[in-house]
Design a protein around this ligand. Structure first.
Ligand code: ATP
Ligand code: ZN
Length: 652
């Protein structure tokens, strides 16, 4: 029944707890020897027992008192009551034994739980305290909290980076393992022009660095783009510390159970105190039995069985650069058999390349490309950016800002004015809606290209189609093998939801092995697809990058965000955040969640099993306090140690 917040339990008090428990045991043993072996006056061994009890009860009393102030009377309170009861009937040795085993058990339990917490707490040590601020030619060391946006910091070789930002001078490889769990260093190069930067999350990752990651052998200069309190790592720390306050479904269930169970135990124990009225024994015998039953029935192991597993599971995931936001996500993920995927940036690289430029009706190719470039330069859609970029580099055409009045047609394309005429670039649907006639030649060309996996866009000018332009986004190299793994571990349905043409979806599905594809979906259609899937399967995980799938992710049972480092929204809203964009981490997290669920079940079985055997045994006088405490604390420790196995989870 310990429910400490992540930080309140510091390590030094943990050690004292253990030392006190051991002192309690030493005094107990001495007292026992003195009492049994030598002919000393009683007060000598009594004093020694009292010392033992003081050490044994010190932390329990503090804990019980703190909770009593909040109106909570739980296990600590009951144990103190039990010890006082034992002393009252002059069973000093047993009272002290109870306190000894209880305090020892709990010290060890805290110690073990801390192992899990420590790997999460390690996050706190990630961010350096100071940064080297460069102003003009001067470099001074300042606390990171004083850094402002657009400051320039110097990062010395082999030191930690003190801010989220972009490299503006130097290049080198950075170890991002502290955040993404990826141990192979990532190459970063300086951004040539740092004026007019896009949103932080849209900046090419090869320029971006994060607080807490470790610089390689070269010196860098970094333009600060986030305040220290908003850095990826600060957000991570904040969210991880909130994790413990959210209860998992099983935890809620056991809490509900305890609400009924604890009062019943107390009632039974009180009734047992009066057993001497019914059977032939004296009050102290009845009280002794009542105390033993109290110890045996305490739901200590049950209370810790789920939190310890959840904590260990989350800690293990964090080591791999996966943030699981709480026990609910962890437990739900363990039950998933259907996963929906976004296409662009999730299953594919998210870096479309220009593949075909097809001017029609004898329209001049260069003039055609100029129009496309002018219009697409106005849009921030990933497709538009890719098209504009490739036209500029492949055809050496420059954007002269001659288009205006951009109008994004949600999930279909864009329109803009160019030379006082309207240009449309987008999918078939948009062109139809614009009332522009399409001949069969165009539709069949579009069909055949899309079957090969090209995303084709139609370009219309002056109410007439002037050409087609297509891009292709390649599947991630790891997509196929990841889906294969997922299938092998029992994921039944893997469905791609995309705004792209059905044919493009099918082409990709064929390459990587999906079980289903839904194309031509607007973001709101993705939502209704998820709703349908939930109706059929109950629980759905949706994997996306948050670009046009955020609403669909929001309503899925478990939302999994890719490449969450640097993207505040993804970090904030997703239930599970893969800090890197390594989709191959999916089978690992799912396996980990399942293992966590298994361990939670085992733990509940162990803790309830011990109670079920121990309580009747104590009522029937088949054991004594000593054995009852040993089994009680023993089961608690077994449960925690069982949970810690998750820290070493490897498979899948
Ligand atoms: N700026 C644009 N320029 C050209 N075509 C566009 C533009 N925006 C959208 N489209 C067209 O609309 C379609 C749907 O776009 P949407 O953003 O919904 O999804 P997507 O980027 O294709 O992929 P996904 O849904 O898998 O992330 C695109 O495939 C494209 O044909
Ligand atoms: Zn206990």
């Amino acid at each position: 029944m310990k429910n400490k917040s992540l930080r309140s339990q510091d390590h030094s008090s943990n050690k004292t707890e253990l030392i006190f428990a051991i002192l309690c045991g030493i005094f107990l043993l001495t007292g026992f020897l003195v009492q049994k072996l030598a002919q000393f006056p009683n007060w000598i061994y009594l004093t020694i027992y009292i010392a033992s009890c003081v050490f044994g009860s010190y932390f329990i009393i503090i804990e019980a008192f703190k909770k009593a102030l909040k109106g909570i009377f739980d296990i600590d309170f009951l144990m103190i009551a039990a010890a006082i009861g034992a002393i009252y009937i002059n069973r000093w040795a047993e009272g002290a034994l109870l306190l000894f085993l209880f305090s020892l058990g709990h010290a060890l339990e805290h110690y073990a739980m801390n192992k899990a917490k420590k790997s999460i707490e390690a996050l706190h040590k990630l961010s350096p305290k100071t940064a080297l601020l460069k102003t003009g030619n001067k470099i001074e060391e300042i606390p990171i909290a004083n850094l402002r946006i657009k400051d320039i910091i110097v990062v010395k070789p082999n030191t930690k980076i003190s801010a989220d930002g972009v490299v503006i001078r130097g290049s080198g490889s950075i170890n991002e393992a502290p955040i993404t769990g990826e141990s192979i260093p990532v190459d970063k190069i300086a951004l040539e022009n740092s004026n007019d930067l896009p949103n932080f999350k849209d900046i090419d990752k090869k320029h971006v660095v994060y607080t807490g990651t470790i610089n390689g052998d070269s010196s860098l200069e970094v333009l600060v783009l986030k305040l220290s309190k908003d850095s990826t790592v600060s957000r991570l720390i904040k969210m991880v510390s909130e994790i413990e306050t959210q209860k998992s479904p099983t935890q809620r269930l056991t809490k509900k159970f305890e609400k009924w169970y604890v009062p019943i135990v107390i009632l039974v124990v009180v009734l047992l105190c009066f057993a001497h009225l019914l059977i032939d024994e004296d009050f102290s015998q009845s009280l002794y039995r009542a105390i033993t039953v109290l110890v045996a029935a305490s739901p200590c192991a049950l209370a810790i069985s789920t939190p310890s597993a959840v904590l260990s599971g989350i800690a293990r995931a964090a080591q791999k650069g996966v943030l699981i936001k709480g026990g609910k996500a962890l437990e739900d993920l363990g039950e998933i058999t259907t996963i929906a995927f976004d296409k662009t940036g999730t299953l594919t690289e998210g870096k479309p390349k220009l593949t075909n430029v097809i001017p029609l009706n004898s329209f001049d190719k260069k003039a055609f490309l100029e129009i496309v470039l002018e219009v697409e330069s106005l849009s921030s859609h990933p497709l538009a950016k890719a098209i504009a970029n490739d036209i500029k580099t492949d055809y050496k055409i420059e954007n002269k800002n001659r288009a205006s009045n951009i109008n994004a047609i949600h999930g279909k394309g864009i329109s803009a004015s160019f030379n006082n005429e309207t240009v449309f670039i987008g999918n078939l649907e948009m062109i139809k809606e614009a009332g522009i006639s399409i001949d069969n030649l165009i539709t069949s060309k579009l069909e055949s290209l899309s079957k090969e996996g090209h995303t084709v866009m139609i370009v219309a000018f002056k109410k007439e189609i002037i050409g087609l332009i297509s891009v292709m986004d390649l599947p991630r190299k790891t997509s196929a093998s990841t889906l294969k793994r997922l299938k092998a571990i029992g994921i039944k349905q893997m469905i791609m939801l995309t705004g792209d043409h059905q044919n493009v979806g099918n082409a990709i599905a064929k390459q990587i092995g999906l079980t289903g594809v839904k194309g031509n979906l607007l973001p709101e259609d993705k939502v209704s697809e998820i709703k349908k899937l939930i109706k059929l399967n109950n629980k759905i995980a949706m994997v996306g990058d948050g670009v046009n799938d955020a609403p669909a992710m929001a309503i899925s049972t478990v939302s999994i965000a890719m490449g969450a480092a640097g993207s505040d929204v993804a970090l904030e809203t997703a239930d599970v955040a893969l800090m890197s964009d390594k989709i191959e981490n999916l089978p690992f997290v799912i396996g980990l969640s399942r293992a966590s669920k298994r361990i939670i079940k085992q733990n509940i079985f162990i803790s309830m099993g011990v109670v079920c055997i121990l309580v009747p045994a104590t009522i029937l006088d088949l054991t004594n306090i000593g054995l009852a405490v040993i089994f009680h604390e023993g089961s608690t420790l077994v449960v925690v140690l069982n949970a810690l196995r998750l820290l070493r989870f490897r498979k899948e």
